[in-house]
Ligand binder design. Structure first.
Ligand code: ADP
Length: 382
């Protein structure tokens, strides 16, 4: 029987699951349980969510006891400095992960809930944690270090960790394969633009910079997160607007970005408003594009020579206007988008640059679940 891996991605109010054959890359079933713990919802907690996922799988004719399940893979956002390889979970790992929740209070606790419940419900297979920070673990110190008091940073483990690493690695591998380049020789920029958004510069398979930092708040403008701001804004609001630290964190993580600027976090809806002449939506879009171009320019300079720029995730894969606006007018830097290719919707990896563009520009669908499933096999075979 072919091996399968169940991949779980537990957020604060949602649980995404997918059953995958890592060898073929085939997805056998997937789904999302939403509104976990919300007052109007029938799903009280992560235990109930996982139960609902099992029921949905069994309605699809899948029995986890007889489907060749060899591992359960858990997406964990923050691995801190400790975890940078796919890690088979035991009680000692759980204890260290709990400690790391301090670095990622919004993201790690729901994943821990998911792990706890899944280990109890599926006790006979190994559970593996795969970390969003892992790929960036060896980023050069110049890119990973904040210019703040050195001892304070060391004591509190403050560095730039980077996130979406599973996606940046997977997409860069796919891009190299698509172009017939060796991953460990290619210089790449990956733009992961979803609800969360991040950019990375990868030189010869090694990330040399990424836009997210200690937390997934730094960098690009996102659906609800501000990305880069002057850190002075936080002290100013605490002092003058009588906001608490928690207030500012909620504001920057949940009420900023496109939502804060235009009252709309969904890119499709934002585009519709722009098309009907809404200037507030237009400004939100312009801020988003301006920031993105700043990162692209910065990464071109860091890499020196760039072979390929890839767009991925919900916005990157689907919003042709964003891709064009992000790279418009850069012929002088060897980047030329073919507007017809860019406008063609298609599945799978594809080129959207002209044949003359010296930097290839691609759209590459990400598949974090498949990458996690394959990482699980590596962990359990190790
Ligand atoms: P997440 O970070 O939650 O995984 P996704 O990668 O699914 O996010 O991206 C979600 C974003 O992608 C939303 O803003 C959504 O509007 C946008 N999106 C999805 N499809 C399209 C489309 N066809 N055109 C423009 N934006 C799209």
């Amino acid at each position: 029987m072919t091996d399968t891996v169940l991949v779980l991605n537990a957020g604060s109010s949602s649980l995404k699951y997918q059953l995958i054959e890592p060898d073929s890359g085939k997805s056998l079933a997937d789904g999302t349980i939403e509104q976990i713990g919300e007052p109007s919802s029938s799903v009280a907690d992560h235990g109930a969510a996982l139960q609902a996922a099992f029921e949905a799988l069994s309605a699809d004719g899948i029995d986890l006891k007889t489907c060749g399940l060899v591992a359960v893979g858990h997406r964990v956002v923050h691995g801190g400095a400790v975890f940078y390889r796919p890690t088979v979970i035991d009680d000692a790992v759980i204890a260290r992960l709990k400690h790391l929740s301090m670095l990622a209070p919004l993201h790690n606790p729901p994943a821990l809930d998911g792990i706890d419940v899944a280990r109890r419900m599926l006790p006979d297979v190994p559970h593996v944690a795969v970390f969003d920070t892992a790929f960036f673990h060896d980023m050069p110190a110049a890119a990973a270090t904040y210019a703040i008091d050195r001892e304070l940073a060391q004591k509190w483990h403050i560095r730039r960790y980077g996130f979406h690493g599973t996606s940046h690695r997977y997409v860069s591998e796919q891009a190299a394969e698509f172009l017939g380049l060796r991953w460990d020789r290619a210089n790449q920029i990956v733009l992961h633009l979803g609800n969360g958004a991040s950019a990375s510069a990868i030189a010869g398979g090694r990330p040399v910079d990424t836009s997210m930092g200690l937390t997934p708040l730094e960098g690009l403008v996102m659906g609800t997160r501000s990305g880069d701001i002057d850190p002075g804004i936080i002290g100013y609001l605490c002092r003058e607007a009588d906001m608490s630290i928690e207030d500012t964190e909620v504001m920057l993580n949940r009420h900023s970005g496109l939502l804060g600027l235009a009252g709309e976090r969904d890119f499709r809806a934002l585009r519709q408003r722009i098309e009907s002449g809404d200037s507030t939506a237009q400004l939100a879009y312009d801020v988003f594009i301006h920031r993105l171009r700043k990162y692209v320019g910065g990464y071109l300079a860091i890499l020196g020579r760039t072979d390929v720029i890839s767009f991925t995730a919900g916005v990157g894969e689907n919003a042709a206007a964003v891709r064009l606006d992000a790279l418009r007018g850069l012929q002088g830097l060897g980047i030329e988008i073919d507007e017809d290719r860019n406008a063609q919707p298609a599945n799978g990896a594809r080129r959207i640059s002209t044949d003359d563009s010296s930097v290839a520009v691609l759209v590459v669908p990400t598949n974090e679940e498949l990458a996690i499933a394959r990482d699980c096999l590596i962990a359990i075979e190790a």
